[in-house]
Ligand binder design. Structure first.
Ligand code: GDP
Ligand code: MG
Length: 724
């Protein structure tokens, strides 16, 4: 009996059975994982949604552990998470592999299947998306596939939950088998035999031997080989290359493809017809519009505007209004009247004005966040998000970001928390860091309150001022992107192998969308119940107590003392122009709890209003500072969770410095205009023209230069964008 069969059938005393789900990106592994484990892992109709391996227990058998791995097209890794999947398989951590195959794209999927056969791990193949295949008239000869590969194949639909029980019975019942392996030309087979004879390679898998025949030690994952053995491998590989008169890796891949095409053609008689039909089907028709050079951006703007309207303003806005205007006051008066007779007044105030007001101000965002996430989940599941990423990728690459960063930036206009959380889908770690650092520059809905407050009360109610803050944010993202790109350029390029893939459009699964909405709402509420709760208590205490911990007026409170202490830092930004520096400093500090509190704090600390408290240029700089500085505590904790302590602290420092420099420049420039007025116009225009001309000349000269990189010979260099 095989090892796996023993593990599977030893009854009550059975060992744990580890089943790994592996397959191409987007083949439905995570959907299957969620169905098997009852889990809530994020799925999405684009590659790269699962970026680390996830583990869960099969809900019908506690002894079976299911592992969801990142998608791979072959066992040779390009990106870090592909390496995670590869190492997991090569190190034989799985007892059984379920190879999830998108049956509507059989030919491409079988490349990996043929490599999995070489690992000597029992495999059961899940032919997924059978519902879609049926709709397209694709019929697959499963028996023929079983005969060819010598292992069981199960037809399933992970989304519709069909065939899954049979698949799992195959794995647990010990029916999974090590597959029949492909054979290659005599020269290749000869090299494999020679390699196998080397003492250190007696036990190596056929996959490892084939990689070594290509002299790919890293791919074979055999770091412990001696120098002598490595020399012999090099010799055998060189001889093979001579015999084939071709690169060995290319030759083996071609032989593999030839056999796969033959199998696919034999088992899916309608495959070619179906492909032809597919070429002219909906996906292409939609793409003709969605990816059109002229229509892509306006259409995206329209879709995002509709989503924002519905989630932030329409339904979401209405629900948030209901919570803020009805539920919160009701809770406050209920708590107030319940506590009034039994508790001291300070405790009443702490609970009603501190805790309830603080926590509910954040809880009020929950409907907006849930709706926004619901729509984003629909965009992702339908396949549209991959198109957005594809369309914006080229421009964003120039500033060190990528197509997927765009989604984070758009989300940042609603709230930095989901924006930072969404960077998980970005494969390149440097792009991921840059995006998490820059997305909070976007004016989230809380900052919108600050913008409208200042525009209304100080900047003459001029809507142009309000809009200009959006340009400040975009300029900060572009400038910050350039700076980070200069820092990370070399490291970033090392990961730049990613090719955007456009999946077929699919109807989103309602259950998945609702699940993702619920997950978002829940995590937001958890934060409101913990971090924001603590922040509200601290804020209340520091505004009501003085340094001797006695109740005092706001002007003598601990917060005022702190404000007076730190206000000199902000004097160069003009916050102290009219003697109210400490109030603005305190407001900025409290903005760390949530950006709306900046407005609330100013209203409390400056009851006479903003007029006379700060100069217009100082006020503009104040908004710029708060727009760009470290986001609120919720977003900062998201940054810690997503990037780790070190990167999050670096991001916070970068944001603070950018905010300070930008506010300083705005204030000083505003002062110069106020002092010198119209006399400045001529020099400014002249300088702008001169700088623009210099940039144009530099760009023209640069574009004529040839690439000097030591890289592959193609038309445009992928490292420096110059022609070869
Ligand atoms: P992964 O990248 O392999 O983890 O794939 P996901 O589980 O994230 O699924 C990719 C997309 O395929 C999602 O939009 C799923 O809803 C969809 N999907 C998964 N399984 C099926 C299925 O059996 N039928 C159909 N029609 N869609 C599916
Ligand atoms: Mg996945």
């Amino acid at each position: 009996m095989t090892d796996i069969k023993q593990k599977a059938t030893r009854g009550a005393a059975r060992q744990k059975l580890t089943v790994a789900l592996c397959g191409n990106p987007n083949s439905g592994k995570t959907t299957l994982f969620n169905t098997l484990t009852g889990g809530n892992q994020k799925t999405g109709n684009w590659p790269g949604v699962t970026v680390e391996k996830k583990q869960g227990v099969y809900k019908l058998d506690g002894n079976v552990v299911i592992v969801d791995t990142p998608g791979i097209y072959s066992l040779s890794p390009y990106t870090p998470e592909e390496r995670i999947a590869q190492l997991f398989l090569l190190q034989k951590q799985a007892d059984v592999i379920i190879n999830v195959v998108d049956v509507t794209d059989l030919e491409r999927s079988l490349y990996l299947t043929s490599q999995l056969a070489e690992l000597d791990i029992p495999v059961a193949v899940a032919l997924n998306m059978t519902d879609e295949a049926a709709a397209k008239g694709i019929v697959t000869d499963v028996v023929a596939l079983q005969r060819k590969f010598g292992c069981p194949f199960a037809e399933i639909s992970a989304a519709k939950n069909t065939g899954i029980r049979e698949l799992m019975d195959m794995c647990i019942g010990g029916k999974a088998r090590t597959m029949r392996k492909f054979t290659f030309s005599a020269q290749v087979e000869n090299a494999v035999i020679q390699l196998k004879k080397l003492p250190q390679l007696h036990n190596a898998s056929r996959y490892a031997l084939l990689q070594l025949a290509q002299n790919d030690i890293y791919g074979a994952n055999m770091p412990q080989l001696t120098a002598d053995c490595l020399d012999k491998i090099k010799d055998i590989s060189a001889q093979l290359q001579n015999a084939l008169s071709q690169n060995v890796a290319v030759a083996v891949a071609e032989m593999r493809y030839a056999q796969i095409s033959e199998i696919a053609a034999a088992v899916q008689k309608t495959a070619h017809d179906a492909q032809r039909i597919r070429a002219s089907t909906l996906t292409d028709k939609i793409d003709a519009i969605v990816l059109n050079k002229w229509l892509a951006y306006p259409l995206f703007a329209l879709i995002m505007a509709a989503i924002f309207y519905l989630s932030v303003d329409g339904l979401g806005g209405w629900l948030t209004g209901l919570i803020n205007d009805k539920l919160t006051p009701a809770l406050q008066s209920l708590a107030g009247s319940a506590m009034l007779s039994a508790c001291p007044q300070w405790l009443c105030s702490l609970v009603t004005d501190g805790i309830i007001a603080g926590v509910m101000s954040v809880a009020g965002f929950v409907p907006q966040i849930m709706l926004l996430y619901g729509f984003i989940a629909i965009l992702e599941a339908s396949g549209y998000m991959s198109r957005i990423a594809f369309v914006t990728d080229k421009f964003l690459r120039k500033i060190g970001l990528g197509g997927r960063s765009f989604v984070a930036l758009v989300l940042g206009c609603g709230c930095s928390v989901p924006a930072i959380a969404s960077v998980k889908t970005i494969k390149n770690p440097y792009e991921r860091r840059a995006t998490a650092t820059l997305a909070p520059f976007m004016p989230c809905s809380a900052k919108l309150a600050l913008i409208s407050f200042f525009t209304t009360y100080l900047l003459g109610g001029n809507a142009l001022f309000a809009i200009s803050f959006y340009f400040v944010s975009i300029a900060a993202v572009v400038a910050g992107g350039y700076v980070l790109n200069v820092i990370f350029r070399k490291k970033r390029a090392a990961y730049d192998t990613f090719v955007m893939e456009l999946p077929q459009y699919r109807l989103p699964n309602a259950r998945n969308v609702l699940k993702q909405m619920w997950q978002r709402g829940k995590s937001f509420l958890t934060k409101a119940g913990t971090v924001i709760f603590a922040a509200s208590v601290i804020l209340w205490l520091t505004t009501h107590l003085n340094c001797r911990l006695r109740f005092a007026e706001v002007n003598d409170s601990i917060l005022a003392q702190i404000g007076k202490f730190i206000s000199p830092i902000f004097t160069p930004l003009g916050w102290n122009d009219r003697g109210c520096g400490w109030q603005f400093s305190v407001a900025t500090l409290t903005g760390f709890a949530a950006k709306e509190t900046v407005v609330t704090t100013l209203q409390i600390l400056l009851p006479q209003g903003l007029d006379g408290a700060i100069s217009p240029q100082g006020a503009y700089g104040f908004v710029v500072y708060n727009l760009l500085t470290v986001p609120c505590v919720a977003a900062t904790s998201a940054s810690f969770a997503e990037q780790g302590k070190r990167a999050a602290l670096t991001a916070a420092a970068f944001q603070t410095i950018t905010a300070y420099v930008a506010a300083f420049v705005v204030y000083q420039a505003g002062n110069a205009v106020a002092t010198y007025g119209k006399t400045l116009i001529a020099p400014i225009v002249a300088t702008t023209i001169a700088v623009t001309a210099a940039v144009c000349i530099y760009k023209t000269v640069k574009s004529r230069r040839k690439c000097k990189c030591d890289c592959a010979d193609c038309t445009i260099c992928t490292q420096c964008d110059k022609p070869h």
